[in-house]
Design a protein around this ligand. Sequence first.
Ligand code: 5RP
Length: 222
Amino acid sequence: MNVKKIVAESAVKYIQDGMVVGLGSGTTAHWFIKKLGQMVEDGLEIKAVATSVESEVLAKELEIPIVNFEEIDQIDVTVDGADEVDPGLNLIKGGGGALLREKIVANACQQLIIIVDETKKVKHLGTFPLPVEVVPFALSLTKKKVEELGCKSEIRMSDENHRYRTDNGNFILDCEFGNISHPQELHQQLNMIPGVVDNGLFINLAPRVLVGYKNGNIETLK
Ligand code: 5RP
């Protein structure tokens, strides 16, 4: 059973004609975009904003009308995946490297729907290394400052010889903090470091979280 596909497809019930839809990134959001593409083919009329080049390319292949952020006043619903979800519905995102655009879109939308399989539910955030997007200038200084907050970090690579670049041309530091007991505080401390663009902690966004289970059940957390 493909749990990611099942939970992703269940999110389409939040989509209605006339909406502006934020398209998330990653393998779970992929299935949501595919299903949305079928619905558009069947006559659903929406516009969409993509959180990554990859999601935009897929949406365009499926003839989902993509608009620029500048062309819209608001986003009605965004459907996106996550790497970890804690009991307060705080998230770690950015495993796919799209955290900055994902955070902008998540903050700009009326309703944020997060689609995950059960493995993403955690008691405390931090087992998944926290992605931190940093500008290339003064990378080692920024890395040192980030590590002073209590982590070990790795520069993400796209292959053996090349550093991974985000859609915004930046690098990602994957940071092992262990249990993140004060996510709000860490979020602020990280984003205060010059050179840090943003980090993968998504705090206080009050998402609706759809969790897919191996037996096919879907739990809604709110
Ligand atoms: C990309 C993300 C993804 O939503 C997150 O990594 C989950 O991905 P997947 O659905 O492939 O497990 O934040 O930046």
